[in-house]
Write a protein that binds this ligand. Structure first.
Ligand code: TXA
Ligand code: MG
Length: 314
């Protein structure tokens, strides 16, 4: 099903058997918890044991929209959704198709991104078909996703200490500023730890934290590019040929003859909307490397940089 972030593979979140089919279709490890999608705050309240003031504030600010809130789960949420843990992530999506399906079902829908586990997240119905093929019996085509990368995941299970588990297009800064409108002081938000500092041996709170995730099959290289010479030098050093490389850039580089050359500009929102499509288009037989121009290290690029770093990790 389409959401405003990426396509989701949905099942009745209160039905353990239905939820287990999601893991099968994706090849997803069964201890990875799944986000529960709700039509409104009232439905969210039913999924959690304690709907906090902080949750109420963030939901009022950002829902419907790309924010998932982790809280203690209620009894209606089975183990299959939470990966056996005692918390659940709830999100109220903005897409009108998803909204009307939840309203019609009148139960919450568990939905991870509708891709093979660890593969690129889908932002069109066709991507879902490319990634999951006949593993799913129905794909609802709601057009290209508006946001383009997955929701920000914020953990509110520790009062007064919100923690970003996955950065997204709703930034840490805007979450903090929304929380500052309630009386309790929130000077602190646990910042999202950088990819490099993640210890893979630690138990993971969010599988999106795995170093390698969101990956194309073709090797992906992140490169700081100031001019076309930087790209040609890199290609020469690595022994690739230009004609077998794909370039995904923010700036226009037109002199070199790449097999695929996609420019998606310097606006973070429009970049987020296009990045997964660009990866799907580049991830083809005959391509030996995908070269991605590294976006700037600025707050509005944090979610995007997080995804492409993991896509490039080997
Ligand atoms: O935008 C999105 O969030 C999309 C659309 C379909 O809504 N969904 C999505 O789901 O990205 P998925 O399964 O690909 O990623 C869910 C992320 C994972 O990193 C997962 O670990 C985290 O949310 N998550 C889910 N439940 C959690 C929980 N109880 N505690 C901590 N993290 C949780
Ligand atoms: Mg995913």
């Amino acid at each position: 099903m389409p959401t405003e972030t990426v396509y989701g593979l949905a099942a009745n979140a209160t039905n353990e058997i239905a939820v287990k089919k999601i893991y099968l279709a994706k090849g997803r490890p069964s201890n990875n918890p799944i986000i529960v999608h709700v039509s409104d705050i009232e439905m969210a309240r039913n999924c959690v044991s304690d709907w906090t003031d902080e949750a109420e504030t963030l939901a009022n600010f950002f829902w419907p929209g790309p924010l998932s809130i982790v809280l203690k789960r209620s009894k209606i949420i089975p183990d299959a959704v939470t990966g056996g843990g005692d918390t659940v992530a709830v999100r109220c999506p903005q897409h009108p198709v998803f909204q009307s399906v939840i309203r019609t079902c009148r139960f919450p829908l568990a939905a991870p991104s509708a891709n093979r586990s660890n593969h690129i997240s889908p932002t069109t119905a066709n991507h879902v078909f490319q990634s999951l093929g006949d593993n799913v019996s129905l794909i609802l085509d709601g057009g290209a996703c508006e946001v383009g990368i997955e929701s920000t995941v914020v953990d509110l299970t520790v009062p007064q200490l919100p923690k970003i588990l996955r950065p997204g297009m709703i930034s840490e800064e805007s979450i903090l500023s929304a929380l500052s409108s309630i009386k309790k002081p929130h000077d602190n938000i646990m910042p999202f730890s950088s990819v490099d500092s993640i210890n893979e041996k630690m138990p993971l709170k969010s599988p999106g934290q795995l170093k390698r995730h969101y990956s194309p099959s073709v090797p992906l290289y992140l490169l700081n590019i100031n001019s076309e010479i930087d790209v040609s030098n890199f290609i020469k050093e690595r022994g690739f040929s230009v004609g077998s490389c794909a370039l995904i850039s923010m700036d226009i580089f037109s002199n070199t003859h790449f097999a695929i050359n996609i420019c998606i500009g310097r606006d973070p929102s429009s970049y987020a909307k296009q990045i997964y499509s660009a990866l799907y288009r580049s991830d083809q037989e005959g391509i030996s490397a995908i070269i991605l121009q590294n976006p700037p290290d600025l707050p509005e690029w944090r979610g995007i940089r997080d995804r492409i770093k993991r896509a490039a990790a080997r």
